[in-house]
Design a protein. Structure first.
Length: 170
């Protein structure tokens, strides 16, 4: 059986909800449907006991509710931090789609966050803390991860933030 066939079988056998999803609900969050790719890629790929997500934008109900650069007269750092948390939830939806059950996650290994930044803005780590803090709240010690937070000139669809992650699972 190929890895993709195995992942598909796992998705079919997975429960409708998990302890991780229950924790998300306690935080007032629900997993969305996986956003359709905006180019030639897939939302997540499984390799061995790791799942790698593509960059996730802060889609809410299939729409970007905020666009523009962070800093100066654009998107506030606080708003961008909240959007980074939305990206993390969207990444978890992609992980669930790939492995079937978020309770299979044993560790969030790495988070990479991109912030569309005004040239004078240097608070990228604080923005990406939105994703990191959410993952810590959801997974506890298993949510503590390595991370990069990078300022960029522009992101797809003029999104203020994009987050990707690597998770280990059993």
């Amino acid at each position: 059986m190929t890895e993709n066939e195995n992942a598909a079988q796992t998705r079919e056998a997975a429960p409708a909800s998990s302890a991780v999803e229950a924790r998300l609900r306690e935080l007032g969050l629900t997993l969305p449907d996986v956003a359709a790719p905006v180019a030639a890629y897939v939302p997540a790929v499984v390799s061995g006991d790791h799942v790698y997500t593509s960059g996730q934008l802060p889609f809410i109900d299939g729409k970007l509710t905020v666009t523009g650069k962070v800093g100066s007269a654009g998107v506030s750092a606080a708003e961008a931090k909240s959007l980074a948390a939305v990206c993390a939830v969207n990444a978890l939806a992609a992980v669930k789609n790939a492995i079937g059950d978020l309770d299979r996650i044993t560790r969030i290994v790495k988070v990479v966050g991109f912030v569309s930044s005004d040239p004078a803005f240097t608070g990228q780590p604080g923005v990406i803390n939105g994703a990191s803090e959410l993952l810590g709240q959801v997974f506890g010690e298993a949510g503590v991860h390595a991370r990069s937070a990078v300022g960029v000139a522009v992101l797809p669809l003029d999104s203020p933030v994009e987050v990707e992650l690597i998770a280990q699972f059993q």
